[in-house]
Design a protein around this ligand. Structure first.
Ligand code: C5P
Length: 313
């Protein structure tokens, strides 16, 4: 069977329905108890072989495009790009000694608290595994993903999943039904380490204990009780994120005022999330947010599948 010369894979953005954060560990990371949920916004990565006679060297070459409102200039193009790191790690693990071109079509807000970089890494692992015909198992890829970043394993898995450790230990939680979300994007990104550092200095951070996922959240999901889920959405990083970006409080308030059944900052922010009762209701909330606070909004649903191949040729 001939190997493909180009493989395109995609991976989803994540939200944390529950993000419980414990006290900083010795290695600088924080223990998490989280419920991840993949939503229908996907970055798309195409991995291909350079034409023969082209460049030498085996370092991955990255190019990026996408919606220009997405802070694309903040995405590194060199070996430090997380997609390049993913391809290099996979190549090193399997003894692959050939160059690869990675093209990232960004659709997930950059530095938005939606794990867009993690999606790029997961899509790259999936695309390069197929490009190089490695036949890695999902368990193999999950191990490599964990080395790349705390949220990368979940981007491979998708759906809804519990996350433990620093977020890298993921277990699927099958849940019935869909949920409709409004995502309010921000024009400025936020640094995840800065938000975790700020968390350490909040009263909540200072008093943090080993986190657990509350049974009420698991029950709301099992019963597909949208109103109850809205009431138990929680992000322990939110006070820290709002401390750094006080303007987000008004966005959250307006979304709730517009009837959202729940509202929270996504992960380390600054994207804000609003849960609608259904698609129509989410569209209504989005319309009000756009009108009242000129929010840059989109409506999407979850859960959706994790990283997957879109095409090969
Ligand atoms: O794992 P990842 O590279 O995404 O983490 C980025 C940064 O976020 C870490 O360097 C750390 O400062 C912070 N972080 C943390 N605890 C976690 C996950 C991330 O403190 N569980």
């Amino acid at each position: 069977m001939s190997r493909p010369h180009r493989v395109t894979a995609s991976a989803p953005a994540k939200v944390n329905l529950y993000l419980g954060v414990g006290p900083r560990r010795g290695d600088g990371f924080h223990p998490l108890a989280t419920l991840y949920h993949a939503i229908g916004l996907r970055d798309v990565v195409t991995a291909s072989r350079p034409r023969s006679g082209g460049r030498r060297g085996t370092e991955p070459v990255v190019s990026v495009d996408g919606d220009q409102s997405l802070l694309l200039t903040d995405v590194p193009r060199g070996p430090e790009n997380i997609a390049a790191r993913a391809a290099s790690l996979l190549a090193q693990q399997y003894g692959v000694d050939e160059p690869v071109l990675l093209h990232i079509d960004k659709r997930i807000p950059v530095a938005g608290g939606l794990a867009g970089g993690s999606a790029d890494a997961a899509a790259t692992l999936t695309a390069c595994d197929a490009l190089w015909g490695l036949g890695a198992t999902q368990a193999d890829l999950l191990d490599l993903a964990a080395e790349l970043g705390s949220d990368v394993p979940f981007a491979l898995l998708g759906g809804t999943a519990a996350g433990a450790g620093r977020g890298e230990l993921v277990t699927s939680v099958p849940v019935p039904g869909d949920y409709w979300w409004v995502v309010a994007r921000s024009r400025e990104g936020m640094s995840t380490p800065a938000v975790y550092a700020a968390f350490d200095h909040t009263p909540q951070g200072a008093a943090a204990v080993e986190p657990t996922i509350p049974p009420a959240m698991t029950a709301a999901l099992a019963e597909h009780d949208v109103e109850r889920l809205g009431a138990v959405l929680n992000n322990d990083l939110q006070p820290a994120a709002l401390g750094l970006r006080p303007d987000l409080a008004a966005v959250l308030r307006h979304g709730l005022g517009a009837g959202a059944v729940g509202a929270l900052v996504s992960g380390s922010g600054p994207s804000c999330l609003f849960l609608g009762r259904d698609q129509e209701h989410a569209a209504h909330v989005a319309g009000r947010l756009a009108e009242d606070v000129s929010a840059d909004v989109l409506v999407t649903s979850g859960p959706v599948p994790g990283a997957r191949i879109e095409s090969k040729d």
